[in-house]
Write a protein that binds this ligand. Structure first.
Ligand SMILES: [Cu+2]
Length: 141
């Protein structure tokens, strides 16, 4: 009996561990990370934060900026929901990235502090209840 009990505990732990894996890479419906690029040649009258408006899911998504431009840029929050933490990247050189986990739903605006007149963009963070359509596959194979 003790052996069976131990086996059951081990199986239960394995199931819990499998369910605890937070993100399945390559999941088609919801992107686990929102990738935002500062494209090469970012400038006035051009796309600068691309995309300039993204929607991410609270508790699931991180937001990652990558500077693909040849000059430095920054990411700094401007207007954020009540209770959310402000963020600021500092200088990002070519190829550098900056990652933020947004844990409070709402609308965030941010800018590049070097080019605030024209490098501005928006992130909308929605609650997890808006993203349940993909459902759980139950894992395993
Ligand atoms: Cu900039």
């Amino acid at each position: 009996m003790l052996v069976i009990g131990a086996v059951l505990v081990i199986v239960a732990l394995l199931v819990v561990a499998a369910l605890a894996v937070p993100i399945q890479p390559g999941l088609p419906k919801q992107t686990p990370k929102a990738g935002i690029i500062m494209p090469s040649g970012a400038g006035l009258d051009q796309l600068n934060f691309a995309p300039s408006k993204v929607t991410v899911i609270v508790g699931v998504n991180n937001t990652v900026w990558t500077n693909d431009d040849s000059v430095e840029h920054t990411v700094k929050s401007e207007s954020i929901p009540a209770g959310a933490a402000p963020f600021a990247s500092g200088l990002l050189s070519t190829g550098q990235t900056f990652t933020v986990s947004l844990t409070v739903p709402g609308t965030y605006t941010y800018e590049c502090t070097i080019h605030p007149a024209w490098m501005q963009a928006t992130i909308i963070v929605v609650g997890a209840s808006n993203s349940t359509e993909s459902g759980g596959s139950g894992g395993g194979s």
